[in-house]
Design a protein around this ligand. Structure first.
Ligand SMILES: Cc1cc2nc3c(=O)[nH]c(=O)nc-3n(C[C@H](O)[C@H](O)[C@H](O)COP(=O)(O)O)c2cc1C
Length: 306
């Protein structure tokens, strides 16, 4: 729905979540040796010549004084298997680097191993931007590893599934098409895309995003969970749990008592609706196959996934 200019910040943030981003951990070391690292998806490129990038940091962040003092910072672009680092650096803690592997770069900024890319930056300019500080860095060194990145979309972690060239193929290019038709990876991505195309609109029509649906389904297993327990169960960033639970509370799908969330009667109905959509979708896609075919399909999928 269109929102007027007088919108509430939860709805605004939720709408911004439609813009899919990568995830970075931005690190720095102050002249006194204090190290900080902050999960941030506000990173973006600014200029090629000079080579400038930016990101923004919440004015309330306890890490800001170090970023302000430090001569340099490093932008570590997380790879798809580094979700734990995103969650780790999104939580305030006394020493975020305890038990974390890193090397040091310019200005002693910590550099995380196995990222998709790392940009080492001079602290170039800090500009006020409402409740955030906009940090502009001049890139002085970078490493381009190219590992598949971790993505963030509508409050959930995601991975890249590239479009293959099929739509660019000419009609008479029979050979490449035949090759693609025999390529299992290509077929798997096409199948997932086709499945999502039908499933996603139905899930969206429930009025819930994936992250909200996931929390509702977890709480639907008849349990009351506090913030910490919920964090453990759903493996989502803390900030997303906060926004998603706020939306679920507003919709009266969950309740909050003594610091624990639990599902309401209305929530039980909604969770049943979500499960029904999942089951119906599966039935409509897979009912055309025999039990033997499906058993083989399941065996193949499980073997590949493990
Ligand atoms: C995916 C994701 C993206 C985030 N992006 C930003 C961001 O761009 N800027 C920011 O200030 N905080 C962002 N945060 C929140 C910070 O990571 C979080 O507030 C962290 O605790 C800040 O560190 P500090 O409290 O040690 O200063 C993000 C969190 C997540 C999970």
């Amino acid at each position: 729905m269109t929102q007027a200019t007088e919108f509430d910040s939860t709805a605004f943030r939720r709408a911004l979540g439609n813009f899919a981003t990568g995830i970075t951990v931005i690190t720095a070391t102050a002249p006194n040796g204090d190290k900080v690292g902050v999960t941030a998806n506000s990173f973006n490129s600014v200029s090629l010549d000079p080579p400038l990038i930016l990101w923004s940091i919440d004015k309330r962040s306890g890490s800001y004084p170090v970023f302000k003092e430090a001569t340099h910072f490093a932008v570590n672009i997380l790879a798809a298997d580094q979700m734990h680092l995103s969650n780790h650096f999104a939580r305030p803690s006394e020493d975020k680097f305890a038990g974390i592997d890193y090397e040091t770069g310019f200005g002693k900024a910590p550099l995380l191993p196995d990222c998709s890319a790392v940009f080492q930056c001079e602290n170039h300019e800090i500009i006020e931007g409402g409740d955030h500080w906009i940090m502009i860095g001049k890139v002085v060194a970078f490493e381009d590893v190219g590992r598949s990145p971790l993505l963030y979309h509508q409050g959930s972690y995601s991975v890249v599934m590239p479009f293959t060239q099929q739509s660019d193929q000419k009609a008479d290019a029979a050979e490449p098409q035949e090759r693609l038709d025999n390529n299992y990876y290509y077929l798997m991505t096409q199948a997932v895309r086709a499945y999502q195309k039908n499933y996603q609109p139905r899930q969206l029509a429930t009025g819930l995003r994936t992250s909200e649906a996931r929390i509702l389904m977890v709480l639907g297993q008849d349990r009351a969970l506090d913030n910490k327990a919920l964090l453990k169960e759903v493996d989502m960033p803390q900030q997303e749990i906060e926004s998603a639970t706020e939306i679920l509370l507003r919709k009266e799908l969950i309740g909050l008592a003594d610091g624990s969330y639990s599902i309401t009667a209305k929530g039980v109905e909604k969770a049943a609706e979500l499960w029904q959509i999942a089951d119906q979708e599966q039935t409509s896609v897979f009912d055309q196959f025999s039990a033997d075919d499906l058993a083989t399909f399941k065996k193949v999928l499980k073997a590949i996934a493990n």
